[in-house]
Write a protein of this length. Structure first.
Length: 183
């Protein structure tokens, strides 16, 4: 009996080693034209966490995943306390004054094609107290890697024609917003 277990154990060990190497090659080596990679997984996880934080009104945590840029010229700016306050005020104000907020998300998809990440998601948005069907066909997220994945913008169709919610969640800040709260 013992002489059969030893070769079986070796075969199982070889199988597990080959399986581990195969998964490592497929999942961890960066490549194009795939949605099954460690890069895609990390981006998907970061964006999912961002959306969950916004849905649950944990805006301070959500802001940590916002990539800040100047609204005037698009240059990156540091995530300052003024930007944090302005972003939280934008999102909170939209919920309080307009009863517009992100209720839920689904179908978060991340794909890398030709060196660029394509991210799409279906959002469930409440606008003025009612379910807004505008987002049901899907939205595109733009993310930037800056010491971790961060969201820059969200748009359902044309990025130049953003809704109030899309503007509120974006990382674009005007000069007035950036200087607010500074002394």
């Amino acid at each position: 009996m013992n002489r059969f277990l030893k070769p079986l154990g070796i075969c199982i060990g070889i199988f597990l080693t080959v399986l581990l190497l195969t998964v490592t090659v497929i999942f961890f080596i960066p490549r194009d034209n795939t949605s099954f990679s460690f890069e895609c997984f990390r981006l998907r996880l970061a964006l999912s966490d961002f959306l969950k934080d916004v849905e649950k009104d944990r805006l301070d945590d959500a802001f940590d995943r916002v990539y800040c840029v100047s609204a005037e010229d698009g240059t990156p700016i540091p995530n300052s306390d003024a930007c944090r306050k302005a972003w939280i005020d934008r999102v909170s104000s939209l919920r309080e004054t307009d009863n517009t907020y992100l209720k839920d998300h689904s179908d978060l998809s991340v794909r890398k094609e030709n060196g660029r990440f394509t991210v799409s998601v279906t959002l469930s948005v409440i606008r003025q107290g009612y379910n807004d069907p505008f987002y049901a066909t899907g939205s595109v997220l733009t993310a930037v890697y800056d010491d971790g994945w961060k969201i820059l913008s969200l748009s359902a169709y044309d990025p130049s024609l953003q809704t109030d919610l899309e503007n509120a969640l974006s990382g674009r800040f005007t000069a007035a917003e950036r200087s607010e709260g500074e002394t």
